[in-house]
Design a protein around this ligand. Structure first.
Ligand code: 13P
Length: 259
């Protein structure tokens, strides 16, 4: 078994302007210690308009946070009004880019094919994709959760080398748990993350499956982070609502100190 360093990521979604972003990152830096980031990697995913501000404070104050984005287009430049390219993000020292979040898939119609193009474009620009997957409540109740998630992963990783997959992050986010306060039980989250890993093993080989980091997302809070993180196939968390305040996100980052 390889040692997978946990990754706790804060997906700010469409929240906080660049002044509020600066305040949150500074507050978070008072809360999070070097020992914390020795134990876990922390990535911050602000809206595009905040990224330069967050980059500047991280670099000038040498804060132990990795910079992330929530989305990008798959071309590096051109006539794509309103889009932001992976090359532009790489130039801001963005390390991680979330791809295929269920909100992008459901609200903006991103297909598995588009998600795959983005995964490849992010990798081509030397950044790490956080590939999201997850089922709806209807799909779960109909017994289709495993097939849905496996399909999203196989399609999302098509044409990506095993070595690249090994260095990637996959986030399992059941749609019924996002923003609802209803977290998957630790057992259900573990079972689905183990299924994600087994799917990667089939598609990309055992070495990639052993190394890829798998996050759970969906109503992660300070009160449930430790139990989720103690599961063998859960290597991190993708946090929405609870990452918007330094106190709650800080306590999730410090999950290992709970109890
Ligand atoms: P919540 O933590 O608000 O449920 O959001 C999860 C999520 O979608 C993170 O990407």
């Amino acid at each position: 078994m390889s040692m997978r360093k946990p990754l706790i990521s804060g997906n700010w979604k469409m929240n906080l302007n660049h002044f509020e972003a600066l305040k949150l990152v500074q507050e978070l830096s008072y809360q999070v210690s070097r020992e914390d980031v020795d134990a876990v990697d922390v990535s911050l995913h602000p809206p595009f308009t905040d990224i330069r501000t967050v980059q500047t404070v991280i670099e000038s104050d040498r804060l132990p946070f990795l910079l992330g984005a929530q989305h990008c287009y798959h071309e590096n430049s051109g006539a794509f009004t309103g889009e932001v390219s992976p090359a532009m993000l790489a130039k801001l020292n963005v390390a991680y880019v979330i791809v295929g979040h269920s909100e992008r898939r459901e609200i903006f119609g991103e297909t598995d094919e588009v998600v795959n193009l983005k995964v490849k474009a992010i990798l081509a620009n030397d950044m790490t994709p956080i590939l999201c997957c997850g089922e709806t409540l209807d799909e779960r109740e109909a017994g289709g959760a495993e097939a849905k998630v496996a399909g999203q992963i196989v399609a999302g990783l098509a044409g990506v080398s095993s070595d690249q997959v090994a260095a990637m992050v996959i986030a399992y986010e059941p749609i019924w748990a996002i923003g609802t306060g209803k977290t998957a039980s630790a057992e259900d989250a573990q079972a689905m993350c183990a299924h994600v890993r087994a799917t990667v093993a089939l598609a990309c080989g055992d070495a990639a499956a052993d190394a890829v980091r798998i996050q759970y997302g969906g109503s992660v809070k300070p009160s449930n982070a430790a139990e989720l993180m103690s599961q063998p196939d859960i290597d991190g968390a993708l946090v929405g609502g609870a990452c918007l305040e330094a106190d709650s996100f800080g306590r999730i980052i410090q999950y290992r100190l709970a109890e």
